[in-house]
Design a protein around this ligand. Structure first.
Ligand SMILES: [Zn+2]
Length: 265
């Protein structure tokens, strides 16, 4: 009699556990959705970073996720306050450009208010070299890619975060971005530099993927994506897609804790 009871209790708790796990997995998938969101995709700047080919990767995908996308090849779109007030997310691929004070203010104000921002490589990591407030928002600025296009490893350092959960370390044949970064980023993946091209940085660990807040807006960055072909690496594409979904949720979910002081208190 006792044995049967124990067995029943065991199977019952197993059932309960399975239900809890699967419903929390479903919740994870459903609460990061682009469905019904409004996204502004801005492309331009240095053509070496494939603004047009990457537009043609991400815009159709964002639409396929059920979002409305406004596509612009002009930064003046940031001064359209009616449009900016209607957005959930801005995705920008614009390298080594210049932005006017009014354009920058339009973007910064929107993100501070809760519009998300997502981008990759130089598209937001080396967009406007003269604009420190823009860099404060992004959380990093490209400074070097020693050796140019090389083979390097990307290490997933956060296995709990939804953006990198379930992903394994991988490698790229591309530019290994050395960035000056905000030490308070929530870093999700890193890369370690060899001393082959700059001996004094042998062993230096630099973030590759991060998330942060700017005001109420979620900011997502991945340094992967020098050219459109880099997104043929499944992990590079998956990380960017998950980051875009996450950043689009600023106005719909509570802000996340992102301060991670690396120097202690
Ligand atoms: Zn590049």
């Amino acid at each position: 009699m006792m044995l049967i009871d124990k067995k029943i209790i065991f199977y019952f708790s197993l059932l309960l556990m399975t239900t809890t796990i699967s419903s929390s997995l479903m919740a994870q998938q459903s609460d990061h959705s682009l469905k019904g969101k409004k996204v502004l995709f801005v492309y331009g700047g240095w053509e070496g970073h494939d603004p047009v080919p990457t537009r043609d990767i991400f815009v159709p995908w964002i639409r396929s996720e059920g979002a409305e996308v406004v596509v612009s090849d002009n930064l003046d779109v940031y001064t359209d306050s009616t449009l900016m007030n209607s957005l959930d997310l801005v995705v920008q691929i614009w390298t080594m450009g210049t932005i006017t004070g009014k354009q920058e203010e339009g973007l910064l104000t929107a993100v501070k208010r809760g519009v998300g921002l997502a981008g990759w490589h130089g598209g937001i990591g080396d967009a406007f070299r003269n604009n420190t407030e823009f860099q404060f928002m992004v959380g990093g600025q490209w400074v070097a890619h020693p050796g140019g296009v090389i083979r390097y490893d990307v290490n997933i350092t956060d296995h709990e975060d939804k953006i990198t959960k379930g992903l394994k370390d991988f490698y790229m044949n591309s530019e290994q971005y050395y960035l000056h970064v905000d030490p308070n980023l929530k870093v999700l993946a890193t890369t370690t530099f060899s001393g082959d091209h700059a001996p004094w940085i042998d062993g230096a660990v630099i973030p590759v993927v991060w998330k942060k807040m700017y005001g109420k807006g979620r900011v997502f960055y991945s340094s992967l994506g020098h050219v459109a072909k880099d997104f043929e690496v499944p992990e590079a594409l998956e990380i960017m897609q998950r980051g875009i979904r996450w950043a689009a949720m600023s106005l719909h979910e509570a802000p996340e804790k992102w301060i991670q002081p690396v120097y202690g208190r």
